[in-house]
Design a protein around this ligand. Structure first.
Ligand SMILES: Cc1cc2nc3c(=O)[nH]c(=O)nc-3n(C[C@H](O)[C@H](O)[C@H](O)COP(=O)(O)O)c2cc1C
Length: 191
């Protein structure tokens, strides 16, 4: 087997699959939602969450104005909704109306929380920095909405109850298999 080594970094998709989320925002009476795959936890204490969003997105304008955003985790059955909000522009259409997206009330912010989400974070913007063609938005998680039944007693996602949406790039979606292995880092770190 030969590995290709190239300086052509144009399409680097090897880090997929990643969980696809719906980022929500509202400002000046406009609510919006977009798909995002470039998101990550950043700090546990304080709880910080980051998402890379192009400044071209209508969602970015709303977040820059309101200094708040929501991160919504949907089950695989809702993958079409991710494609819908990821394939349309809030500057042209009211996505909540067009795609009939049901909402729940936020508790610490004004960001829309999706009813179909098994988990959602309300975030207050603490940093907004440009890197290349995207902006890295970092928010402090000020409220977590989570479907209790979606979690195991250890608080991990219960994959028997909920299937996350994984994005592979190029409009391909998949979900997890039930296969998993427990590898204790304390044991493995000493082998
Ligand atoms: C699965 C998927 C993942 C995406 N991930 C991102 C992302 O991480 N960052 C980003 O800026 N755009 C991402 N996009 C593109 C936006 O969702 C898309 O441009 C959307 O139309 C923006 O909507 P808006 O203009 O209403 O904000 C993604 C699209 C899809 C379908």
């Amino acid at each position: 087997m030969t590995k290709l080594v190239t300086e052509d970094t144009g399409a680097f998709y090897q880090y997929y699959p990643r969980v696809a989320v719906v980022v929500t925002a509202q400002a000046s009476g406009r609510a919006n939602a977009m798909a995002a795959a470039w998101h990550t936890s950043i700090s546990a204490e304080p709880p910080l969450y980051g998402v890379a969003i192009s400044a071209k997105r209508f969602t970015y304008q709303l977040i820059a104005e309101s200094k708040e955003f929501g991160i919504n985790f949907l089950p695989f059955a809702k993958a079409e909704l991710v494609a819908s909000v990821g394939g349309s522009k809030g500057s042209e259409v009211d996505k909540f109306h067009r795609f009939n997206i049901a909402r729940e009330k936020p508790v610490k912010t004004a960001v829309p929380i999706l009813k179909a989400a098994y988990a959602a974070y309300e975030c207050k913007l603490v940093d907004d920095r440009g890197y290349g063609d995207h902006r890295l938005l970092v928010g402090e998680i000020v409220a977590v909405h989570v479907l209790r039944e979606a979690l195991t007693p250890e608080e991990t996602l219960d994959l028997a109850k909920v299937s996350p949406i994984l994005y592979l790039g190029h409009d391909l979606y998949l979900t997890t298999s039930k296969d998993m292995t427990y590898l204790d880092r304390k044991v493995y770190g000493k082998r």
